[in-house]
Write a protein that binds this ligand. Structure first.
Ligand SMILES: NC(=O)c1ccc[n+]([C@@H]2O[C@H](COP(=O)([O-])OP(=O)(O)OC[C@H]3O[C@@H](n4cnc5c(N)ncnc54)[C@H](O)[C@@H]3O)[C@@H](O)[C@H]2O)c1
Length: 330
C-alpha cells in the first residue's frame, strides 16, 4: 500500500509515539485523522505541539466505546491503532483498566475497521509481551510471558486482533516495537526519568534496578518501522519486531546520558521503583531480521545520536516545564 494520498486514522495520536507518527504521515502525504482521548478541557495532548496540526483532523473519543470506533473508522483506508494504557507500575494498581482499554479497545477498533472495510489495520504490540529473554536476539517465535498485567493485556490485544484477521479477514499486521525513547515521552520511562532529573539540577538521581538490559530505539526509527510495515503487502497476518538488534543495561544508559549532558550525578536506589521480582523483565534484545528482510527497514539513529536529539528537546525550558520532576510518575 502506498501511504501518499491515503486516509489514515491514528489512535493514541495524543501520546508520545502517536504524535510522531502523525507528523511522519503528514510528511508522507497522507490525510490524517487523529484520535485524542476525550477530556473536558479539549486538550489534545502532544498533538498540541506538532507543527503540522493544521493539516490534521483531530477527533476526541475513547476506544472503549464501540460507537466511537465506528465513527472514527468511517472513510478510512489505513488504521494505526496505538491507543493503550502502557505504564507497567500503574498496571499493578489498576489491571482491569488495562483489560478494558487494551483488549476491549482493540476488539472495538478491529470490528469497526471490518465494518467500514478498511484496507489495512496495524495493531501496536510491545516487546514486553516476550518477558525476560529466554534466548537472544528475541525473534517473533520467542514464547510470550505475561510478567505484568500490562504485558498480559497486550498479549490479549494482539491475540484478539489476530483473531479478527483469521475470522473476519481484517487485513492486519502486528507491529511489535522494542523500547522506544525520544522527545515527548512520559517520565515514567527510564530515559526521560534520568534526563529530566539531571536537567532540573538534581544531584541525586532516583531510579529503580539498573541491571536489566533493553533494546532502545529512537522514536523516528520506530515510526519508520510502522510505515514500512503498513506499506508492505507481504505482512498480512504477521507479527513483526521493530528493534535495533542490540542491548544496553540501564546503568550503561545512565552513564551515556551523564556523558552527553556533561554532568556527574549520583544514582540513588528508590525502593518504590523496584518491580516485584518475577515481574521485572531482565533482558530485552530484539531480532530485527524479519522487518529488514521483508521491507527495507534500517535503524537510522545510533543510541548516542537519538539521546543527543532527546536531550536537546528536553533542554528547552518550555518542554522541561511540562514534567513534574519531584513526583514519581507511574
Ligand atoms: N513507549 C514505548 O517504549 C513502547 C514500546 C513498545 C510499544 N509501545 C506501544 O506503543 C503505543 C503508544 O505508546 P506511547 O509510548 O506513545 O504511550 P502514550 O501513553 O504516550 O500514548 C498512548 C495514548 O493512548 C491514549 N489512550 C489511552 N487510553 C485511551 C482510550 N481509552 N481511548 C483513546 N485513547 C486512549 C492516551 O491518551 C495516550 O496519549 C502503545 O500501544 C504501547 O503499548 C510503546
Amino acid at each position: 500500500m502506498k501511504i501518499k494520498g491515503k486516509r489514515v486514522l491514528v489512535t493514541g495520536a495524543d501520546g508520545f509515539i502517536g504524535s510522531h507518527l502523525v507528523e511522519e504521515l503528514v510528511r508522507s502525504g497522507a490525510k490524517v485523522r487523529a484520535v485524542s482521548q476525550y477530556n473536558s478541557q479539549n486538550n489534545w495532548g502532544w498533538l498540541e505541539d506538532i507543527p503540522c496540526l493544521k493539516e490534521v483532523e483531530v477527533i476526541s473519543g475513547d476506544v472503549r466505546d464501540f460507537q466511537f470506533c465506528q465513527l472514527a473508522t468511517k472513510k478510512i483506508d489505513l488504521v494505526f491503532h496505538l491507543a493503550a494504557l502502557i505504564a507497567i507500575p500503574f498496571s499493578y494498581v489498576a489491571p482491569s483498566m488495562y483489560i478494558d482499554t487494551n483488549i476491549s479497545g482493540t476488539l472495538n477498533m478491529c470490528l469497526a475497521a471490518v465494518e467500514n472495510s478498511c484496507e489495512k489495520f496495524i495493531q501496536t504490540s510491545t516487546s514486553e509481551v516476550y518477558g525476560s529473554a529466554l534466548y537472544v536476539p528475541i525473534d517473533e517465535k520467542h514464547p510470550l510471558q505475561a510478567q505484568s498485567p500490562y504485558s498480559a493485556s497486550k498479549i490479549g490485544s494482539d491475540s484478539i486482533a489476530l483473531s479478527c484477521y483469521n475470522s473476519y479477514d481484517l487485513p492486519l499486521s502486528i507491529a511489535r516495537p522494542f523500547n522506544t525513547y525520544g522527545p515527548r515521552q512520559s517520565a515514567r520511562a527510564i530515559i526521560p526519568t534520568i534526563i529530566t532529573q539531571i536537567l532540573s539540577g538534581e544531584s541525586k538521581i532516583l531510579l529503580g534496578d539498573l541491571s536489566p538490559t533493553r533494546d532502545f530505539n529512537y522514536v523516528k526509527d520506530i515510526c519508520e518501522g510502522f510505515m514500512k510495515i503498513a506499506s508492505s503487502d507481504k505482512l498480512n497476518g504477521e507479527v513483526v519486531n521493530i528493534a535495533s538488534n542490540s542491548e544496553i543495561s540501564m546503568r550503561e544508559t545512565l552513564n551515556l546520558i551523564k556523558e552527553i549532558i556533561g554532568k556527574d550525578v549520583e544514582f540513588v536506589l528508590d525502593p518504590v521503583r523496584i518491580r516485584p521480582k518475577k515481574s521485572e523483565v531482565n533482558r530485552l534484545f530484539g531480532d530485527n531480521s524479519k522487518i529488514k528482510s521483508l521491507t527495507n527497514f534500517k535503524s537510522l539513529f545510533t543510541l548516542k545520536e537519538g539521546l543527543e536529539q532527546t536531550i536537546e528537546w528536553f533542554s528547552k525550558k518550555e518542554n522541561l516545564s511540562k514534567y513534574k520532576v519531584k513526583v514519581y510518575n507511574v
